[in-house]
Design a protein around this ligand. Structure first.
Ligand code: FE2
Ligand code: FE2
Length: 328
C-alpha cells in the first residue's frame, strides 16, 4: 500500500472517534464566550462611557504593545487561509461531509471569534490606524501562506499542534502585559482567547498521539520533516500597504521578542513540550530511518538553544503604519 493510502486509512480509522473528540475539545455554541461578552454593548446607554474608558486605558500601553496586538489580530483574521488549507488536507472531505471536515468547520467557528473580538477592541481603542491594518489583513489573505505541510495530515497536525501552543503563549503574555498596566478588560479578553488556543493545542496533539499509535514510523518522519524545515509562522507573508512581502514579518517578530510576548526560547519550549507529550525519547520498535529521525529530534532543543543564545534583537522599535508613534 502506498504511504498516501496508509495515511488515508489511519485518518478514516481515527475519524470514528471524531464526535467524542469534538465533545472533548470544543465547546457548544450556547455555552462558549462570544466577542460581545468582552466589549461595550452598543445598545446600552452606557456605551459611550465604556468606550471612553477603553480609550483612556489604551493610552497607558506602549507602542510595541500595540504593534504586537495588531500583528496577533491580523494573524487571527487570516483564518480563511487556514480553513481552506485544512479543508484540502488528505482525509478531510467536505463534499462527503466526513468527520474531519466537521472538525475543521467547528474549529474554524471557534477561531473566528478571536480576530472578531480583537478587531473590535482595536477599533475602539483609538490607538491604531484601522485602514492600514485592514490593508495588511487584505494583503495577507490575498497572499496566502506556505507552511511546508503539503496535503499530508500528519505534517499538518504537527503544524497545528505547534501553532496552537504558540498562540496560547503569545495571547497569554499579552494578557499579562495588559494586566500589569491596569487594563483588566483587555487582559481578560486575551486570556480567554489563550484558553481556546490551549484546548485546540490539546486536540491537535491528541490527534498526533493517536497517529503515533497507528503509524509510528511515518508520524516520526512527519514530525522530523516539520522541525528540520522549522515551523513557519502563519503570518510570514505579512506586509504593509504599498510594500512587497519583505521584512514586515521579521520586524513584527522582533517586536514580539523585544517585549517578551513570543521569543525564540518559546519556540524551543514548544518543541520540548511536543517531544515530552508524544514521548518521543522512549519510542521503540521503529525502522532505521525513523530511529534516526527520533534521535535528531531529541538533540534538536539543545542545538537550537545554543543558536538562540547567540541571537540579538534590535533595541529600537520599527515604525509600522498600523500604530501612530507614541501618542502619550
Ligand atoms: Fe486563534
Ligand atoms: Fe488557534
Amino acid at each position: 500500500m502506498s504511504l498516501k493510502n496508509i495515511r488515508l486509512d489511519v485518518m478514516r480509522y481515527l475519524e470514528k472517534d471524531i464526535d467524542t473528540l469534538i465533545e472533548k475539545y470544543l465547546v457548544p455554541i450556547d455555552t462558549i464566550w462570544q466577542p460581545s461578552d468582552f466589549l461595550p454593548n452598543s445598545e446600552s446607554d452606557t456605551f459611550f462611557d465604556e468606550v471612553k474608558e477603553i480609550r483612556e486605558l489604551s493610552k497607558d500601553l506602549p507602542y510595541d504593545f500595540w504593534v504586537v496586538l495588531v500583528g496577533d489580530m491580523i494573524t487571527e483574521e487570516a483564518l480563511p487561509t487556514y480553513e481552506s488549507w485544512l479543508m484540502d488536507v488528505e482525509g478531510v472531505d467536505q463534499v462527503e461531509h466526513n468527520g474531519w471536515s466537521k472538525w475543521v468547520r467547528q474549529w474554524t467557528a471557534e477561531e473566528n471569534r478571536h480576530g472578531d473580538v480583537l478587531n473590535k477592541y482595536l477599533y475602539l481603542s483609538g490607538r491604531v490606524n484601522m485602514k492600514e491594518i485592514e490593508k495588511t489583513t487584505h494583503h495577507l489573505i490575498s497572499d496566502g501562506f506556505d507552511i511546508g505541510t503539503d496535503r499530508d495530515p500528519y505534517k499538518n497536525f504537527v503544524y497545528t499542534s505547534f501553532q496552537e501552543l504558540a498562540t496560547y503563549i503569545s495571547h497569554n503574555r499579552v494578557a499579562k502585559l495588559a494586566k500589569a498596566r491596569g487594563n483588566k478588560q483587555l487582559a481578560k479578553m486575551c486570556k480567554i482567547i489563550a484558553g481556546d488556543e490551549m484546548r485546540h493545542h490539546m486536540a491537535y496533539s491528541d490527534f498526533v498521539d493517536r497517529i503515533f499509535k497507528e503509524d509510528p514510523n511515518q508520524m516520526m518522519m512527519a514530525f522530523h520533516h516539520m522541525m528540520k524545515a522549522k515551523i513557519t509562522m502563519p503570518a510570514h507573508f505579512l506586509r504593509e500597504s504599498g510594500d512587497k512581502i519583505s521584512s514586515a514579518f521579521e520586524e513584527f517578530s522582533n517586536t514580539a521578542q523585544r517585549i517578551g510576548v513570543y521569543t525564540s526560547m518559546d519556540y524551543i519550549d514548544i518543541l520540548d513540550k511536543l517531544i515530552a507529550k508524544w514521548d518521543i525519547g522512549n519510542m521503540g520498535g521503529l525502522n532505521t530511518e525513523a530511529e534516526k529521525a527520533r534521535d535528531y529530534l531529541m538533540k534538536l532543543p539543545s542545538r537550537m538553544t545554543r543558536i538562540a543564545e547567540r541571537m540579538t534583537i534590535p533595541e529600537n522599535s520599527y515604525q509600522f503604519k498600523w500604530v501612530e508613534p507614541a501618542k502619550l
